[in-house]
Design a protein around this ligand. Sequence first.
Ligand SMILES: NC(=O)c1ccc[n+]([C@@H]2O[C@H](COP(=O)([O-])OP(=O)(O)OC[C@H]3O[C@@H](n4cnc5c(N)ncnc54)[C@H](OP(=O)(O)O)[C@@H]3O)[C@@H](O)[C@H]2O)c1
Length: 256
Amino acid sequence: MKPTALITGASGGIGYEFSHLFAKAGYNLIIVARSESKLTQLQEELEGTTVTVIPQDLAEPGAAEVLYQKVKDLDLTVEVLINNAGFGLNGQFGELPLLDQQKMLQVNINALTELTHLFLEDIQAAPLYDIPKGVLNIASTAAFQPGPKMAVYYASKAYVLSFTEALVEEYKGTGITFTTLCPGATDTNFFKTANAEHTKLVNTTMAPDKVAKAGFLGFVKGKRVVVPGAANQSLAYASKFIPRSVSAKLAHYIDQ
Ligand SMILES: NC(=O)c1ccc[n+]([C@@H]2O[C@H](COP(=O)([O-])OP(=O)(O)OC[C@H]3O[C@@H](n4cnc5c(N)ncnc54)[C@H](OP(=O)(O)O)[C@@H]3O)[C@@H](O)[C@H]2O)c1
């Protein structure tokens, strides 16, 4: 029997690329996002792989439980959970609508945490295959410093990194892999959705297939944290030594 990978945010960008990579590696897929038509199109592209489409808005409180129940009702088990769905919002904190920022926290933090909790028992109980079982969480290089004009987004990604690194330690020796992928700017719909197309970051993007491949390979090798690209790795390394007040200023400058 083949293991199953559940990928959130599979309808585009990095999640779309993950879907191709995990399918190629021999996983069955459960693909999740709001855009059912895009998911169905991806399902057609992945002919030869068993792909289950589950449209779900993860910004709705309780969505993780609803999604988990849908998977159970289909009698499916999940061996790999890829918490990729997420979005950012650019603007002065007090001027961005609170409801939109709450939705961002719901997707980037709550749904990710709840899905990890809900599927962990299944992942633990799953047999060991040649390819690992576990959780691949998508943070960002935003996790390494404060991000003026995207304060909530940067903070949400710091949560994802801290949360996942803690689980690496808690579950050491259990056969479950926890990996955090920290992409830098990537050429997807992210900047449009975030209203951040004016920022300097858009000139430094990596291709989403390269980013997803780095995450996939890092997960397969059981890496704790994966930062794709030499420039992003340098930034992540430098953030260990630069005072946070300075890195906040730099992030603010880059935003303009
Ligand atoms: N692009 C970058 O520069 C960058 C850098 C660092 C980290 N990241 C992270 O990488 C991950 C993937 O983003 P991306 O760059 O691939 O952006 P993207 O192209 O905008 O893709 C985002 C995905 O998340 C899904 N999504 C958004 N809101 C959702 C919701 N409420 N419920 C369910 N699914 C939802 C979208 O699907 P639907 O719209 O169909 O729901 C889409 O499939 C995110 O966690 C992002 O924070 C991106």
